[in-house]
Design a protein around this ligand. Sequence first.
Ligand SMILES: Cc1ncc(COP(=O)(O)O)c(C=O)c1O
Length: 438
Amino acid sequence: MANHPHAEHFWMPFTANRQFKANPRLLESAQGMYYTDTSGRQVIDGTAGLWCCNAGHSRPEITEAVSRQIAKMDFAPTFQMGHPLPFELAERLVEIAPPGISRVFFTNSGSESADTALKVALAYQRAIGQGSRTRLIGRELAYHGVGFGGISVGGMGNNRKAFSSALLPGVDHLPHTLDMQRNAFTRGLPEHGAEKADELERLITLHGAENIAAVIVEPMSGSAGVILPPLGYLQRLREITRKHGILLIFDEVITGFGRVGKAFAAQRWGVTPDILTCAKGLTNGAVPMGAVLVSDEIQQAFMHGPESAIEFFHGYTYSGHPVACAAALATLDIYQREQLFEKAIELEDYWQDALFSLQDLPNVTDIRSVGLVGGIQFATHADGVGKRAYEVFRQCFEDGLLARASGDTIALSPALIVEREQIDAMIERLAGAIRKVG
Ligand SMILES: Cc1ncc(COP(=O)(O)O)c(C=O)c1O
């Protein structure tokens, strides 16, 4: 951005700043399935922004709800005060949540949701007289955002390395479930790997269940490159955690709101956690917001002592922000009115067939897909991990498709409003880019 007067001042997140600024990719407007970049070129959005605009971009219903709300009341505190919208939104979320999940704590992001969930788990165990349960268990390759809690239970090395002295103590990691040797090119959930959940039994034997508070997993890992749960794996985690009084937390920041064909992955795969986090699709990406959903039993455990006591010393200035609530309510209306979660299921086979048409292209080593998510993994380039997928991503953008590179994987997660012809266009552009990059 040599000719851009302000290029140096924005320190970009999760970005190769110098490389980007030398050759920027700048988006200017968005509508439905498309972005337009600053040179006026139309780019089909294969990633719903960053896994968040599940109803497509710039939906007028959301724009109007946000505008109305900001004009009526821009902000209202929710500490010892309130306003009607978060109460209404919490009720709407509980309506679509798995049975038994019935209390909602609002945050502003997925990272805050992950850290809030871990704090709820620790405080809950104390509240029920299980104060020795302080250990947390995450998983290799997991992404739970960038708070200190999230990176501690997370399992992506690059996100942890510089902070190793500051990670939470008492954290273990289950093995990840990516097993390309046994599962490459499986359509839907992989057959092999449920036994990896048994590692939890090993950790329980090692530490004693009485010292373990919670296990947190993404039902499907998105950020690490679309890693699907093997058949039976989540069920087994549920059985083991239940047997040992350990809470199970699902991080549904990506899988929430229809991405895998139901409101939440918990419903798609028939496993109900004790705590469920979400963000992104909650407001269709229009205003930052996250939420932590918990069972009635968990919240009730906090509701003792004098009525004047604050039960949980936690919260954000913007928890239940009125503008975010307005965006979320309008978003949930769209999901419901247009039956978008069901649409993801209807399109799943078409989407999968389209992705699997890439199977024989150069250096494609695996394709993983469920709902409206796809991961295409490449052989590692001689110049290192990530190089090939980055080049494919860059070429895709040049050819009019926004994809997402993560390690050696290209991830696609189109908005749930996507049409078949748009799927065809995405796959054609991606195939072209893979061929060009080689
Ligand atoms: C599973 C999961 N948890 C947490 C986060 C963090 O969300 P945010 O970037 O809104 O803090 C993400 C973001 O991609 C995610 O995929």
